[in-house]
Design a protein. Structure first.
Length: 317
């Protein structure tokens, strides 16, 4: 009889010790958060999503009205047209009418030059025979040189306007054109910012403003959770660190639907603030440091429909 009692006591003690070595801790289901902000101030004219919607990357979430951009766009387009015209003029040179005027001027000067040349040739022969004075010959020669200079000058002018301005002027005009195009491109980029786009697949959790309200630059318009980023977060004291290790496979129990999810411990890190505690009423001594355990599901498809911030449990043995 005494042996039976002793065996029973030993068995109960063994059971008690087994229970004390296994502890169930609570944690939370988490997903990576994302906030969509406006880059340029504008008034909200349309909201195309609702809280709880799942959106794909590239979907339009909100449309803004930015009247200042429209005005700057008109100014930039005018500057581009002006700069392009200046560059074309520098490259192509004068117009057809300008060329006709210069060619008519050249023809007239050519006749004057040829007449002066004939006159100086005649006077040169007459000077040899002493039929004219040196003074008369010198005056005719001066007129000949003047006519020659004017004729050569108009030929050079025609060459400049026919083949365009000098290369330095063309480069300067080209630089002005590229600068104007850059300003127009900048305005076009700003104009595209009126459409607030989803940067990746996500679930919309909150919309902070309503239609008609002003969205300031950098203000979060839409916040949500990123798809396929579900993980489980638990908090344990340093006295239980020996029960967990990185890459350890565990089973997480989802409380609200009584399901199990296989996962792997991906990180164990010290908590910098008590506000980050995930486990409800963690059992730890006041002098102990707290650590956060992050567990990623092995099969992400199992967690697709789980609700964020709901409670999960984990057995530490």
């Amino acid at each position: 009889m005494k042996k039976i009692v002793i065996i029973a006591v030993i068995a109960l003690s063994a059971v008690g010790c087994g229970k004390s070595n296994t502890e169930i801790i609570q944690g939370k289901i988490e997903r990576e958060q994302i906030g969509i902000v406006s880059k340029i101030p504008g008034k909200i004219v349309e909201i195309r999503v609702q809280e709880g919607d799942f959106v794909k990357k590239g979907d339009t979430l909100v449309i803004l009205d930015i009247p200042e951009v429209d005005a700057k766009k008109s100014q930039a387009e005018g500057a581009v047209q002006s700069a392009k015209a200046q560059y074309d003029m520098a490259v192509k040179g004068a117009t057809d009418n300008q060329l006709k005027q210069l060619e008519a001027k050249r023809n007239a000067l050519k006749e004057q030059y040829e007449l002066a040349q004939k006159s100086i040739n005649r006077l040169s022969n007459m000077l040899k025979d002493s039929l004219v004075s040196q003074q008369m010959y010198d005056e005719a020669f001066a007129k000949y040189q003047g006519a020659q200079s004017q004729y050569l000058a108009v030929q050079a002018e025609i060459s400049d306007v026919r083949y365009g301005a000098r290369i330095e002027q063309q480069r300067m005009a080209l630089g002005q054109q590229e600068r104007a195009l850059g300003a127009l491109q900048e305005v076009s980029v700003a104009d595209s910012e009126r459409y607030v786009i989803a940067p990746q697949d996500m679930t919309v959790e909150s919309i902070t403003l309503n239609v008609g309200e002003l969205a300031l630059a950098g203000y979060t318009l839409v916040s949500g959770t990123i798809a396929n980023t579900t993980y489980f977060r638990f908090t344990i004291p340093e006295s239980q660190l020996s029960k967990v290790q990185k890459d350890q496979e565990v089973t997480v129990n989802v409380v609200y639907n009584k399901s199990e999810v296989k996962g792997k411990i991906t990180s164990v890190k010290a908590l910098g603030a008590y506000a980050n505690i995930a486990t409800a009423y963690p059992d730890y001594e006041i002098q102990e440091a707290l650590f956060e355990i992050r567990i990623n599901p092995i099969d992400a498809g199992q967690t697709k429909e789980l609700f964020t911030k709901t409670t999960v449990t984990l057995e530490l043995k």
